[in-house]
Design a protein around this ligand. Structure first.
Ligand SMILES: [Zn+2]
Length: 168
């Protein structure tokens, strides 16, 4: 009778430990944020210069990968004069949602630019490529908020845009 009691007690004890262990593990899983996941992708980054081709400017910042609309990155170089780079990056779903990139600097003829300066310069260069040359450069400049450039590169960025404008 005692043996039976010990056996029953052991089974109960094993069950209790197993149950506790499951509880601990399920708690551990609860702590992970289910909304943050890591996503692997290729991001194209264009070297910004006065003569950067339009295709490259348009491709800058585009992400390729399983979770993105475009799955496979194009063959580089895009065309003559292309200095784009394809970089493998790991995003969080938060980066993707916010539109931010894990890359913190952007290569250009003015050196490494921060994302804000790079975006503004790219938009200027792209606008030059797309616009018909009816206006003069200062009229063209008026549509941009130049104060958004970092003070130390503002003059150089405008000079670079001017060179692009005159060569177009
Ligand atoms: Zn390119």
């Amino acid at each position: 009778m005692l043996k039976l009691f010990i056996a029953a007690f052991s089974v109960a004890l094993v069950y209790w430990i197993w149950h506790k262990k499951n509880q601990i593990f399920s708690h551990r899983n609860d702590k992970e944020d289910p909304f943050i996941t890591t996503i692997e992708a290729i991001e194209l980054q264009t070297y910004l210069d006065w003569d950067t081709p339009q295709t490259c400017l348009e491709s800058d910042g585009i992400r390729y990968g399983k979770q993105f609309k475009q799955k496979i990155p194009p063959e580089l170089p895009h065309e003559q004069g292309c200095r784009c780079e394809a970089t493998k990056l790991f995003y969080t779903s938060d980066d993707v949602f916010q539109g931010t990139s894990p890359v913190l600097t952007h290569k250009s003829a003015l050196g490494e630019l921060n994302p804000k300066d790079a975006l503004l310069l790219k938009n200027m260069l792209l606008k030059i490529k797309l616009s018909t040359k009816a206006e003069n450069f200062s009229d063209f400049l008026a549509q941009f908020e130049l104060n958004n450039f970092s003070a130390n590169i503002r003059t150089k960025a405008v000079a670079l845009a001017k060179q692009a404008f005159e060569q177009e």
